[in-house]
Design a protein around this ligand. Sequence first.
Ligand SMILES: Nc1nc2c(c(=O)[nH]1)N[C@H]1C(S)=C(S)[C@@H](COP(=O)(O)O)O[C@H]1N2
Ligand SMILES: [Mo]
Length: 297
Amino acid sequence: MNLPPNQKLAAPGKWPVVGEKVPRAGDTAPWTVTVHGAVTERRVFGLEALLALPQQTQTHDIHCVTRWSKLGVTFTGILLADLLALCGGPLPEAQFVSFVARSDREHSTSLVLAEALELGCLVAFTADGAPLDEIHGGPVRIVTPGRYFYKSVKWLERIELLAEDKLGYWEGEIGYHNGADPWREERYIASTVNPKVLERALATRDFSGLDLRGVDLRGRDLTGLRAVDAKLRDAHFEGANLTDADFTRANLSNAHLENANCTRALFTDGDLEGAAFEGANLTGTDLAGASLFGTTF
Ligand SMILES: Nc1nc2c(c(=O)[nH]1)N[C@H]1C(S)=C(S)[C@@H](COP(=O)(O)O)O[C@H]1N2
Ligand SMILES: [Mo]
């Protein structure tokens, strides 16, 4: 059977509901899906017009980050690639795609555009032969094959093509991994702390004293982060904005800070052995008392 590591089958015939349960409250406007951003032609599709486009039928396995899987669900819908082609295709600068929900928190998720196209993301209307129930994202949701199901937005309202990534709700605020590959178990950005602790740490930008070994925070805006005494061995901060971050006494051994913006960041008395700072901006950085054996700049 095709179960990724540490997943279990949901009870036969059961499809659990995860996250939001309804689209935006009180919104009675006709359903539309807008394709915009770094695309040749911005277009707004009404639901009827969408349903009239050529559709595909695909069978995919669903893997939720909370460890249930449901194998072999058949979806029908429009391939993202086909929909983008109807809009004249992505502009050259388009590197990411963000799917945004018609929901109270404007829930969203994003993917590398090339991956989304390669995986065969589907703008889906039916599951196992019936229109999607509202609770499962009807009338129209994204289905992203080969990724944890949080990459499959319910109640699709917008598809935005972007030059730079815009982290989604679960990824940006709750600490779900932006990669989301179930075969590599990319569940949380850190596997060493409890998800509630991680969520709080992200909300307050305070990692002080936490054990976040191997945490993946590439490309994030972490301006003013407090990480005093944090355990950040093997952490990934490539391209992150660490302006005014405080890493006093933190353990950053073998951490990756390539191309990070470390303007005025404090690494005072920290352990930076084996850490990599190639391409990082070190203007005004304080390295006093830090141990720098094998650190590369
Ligand atoms: N709009 C919206 N889409 C969403 C979510 C959400 O909270 N809101 N949750 C995501 C998560 S974490 C999962 S596992 C799946 C759950 O889809 P389901 O409720 O149909 O099983 O939807 C994803 N898409
Ligand atoms: Mo999920």
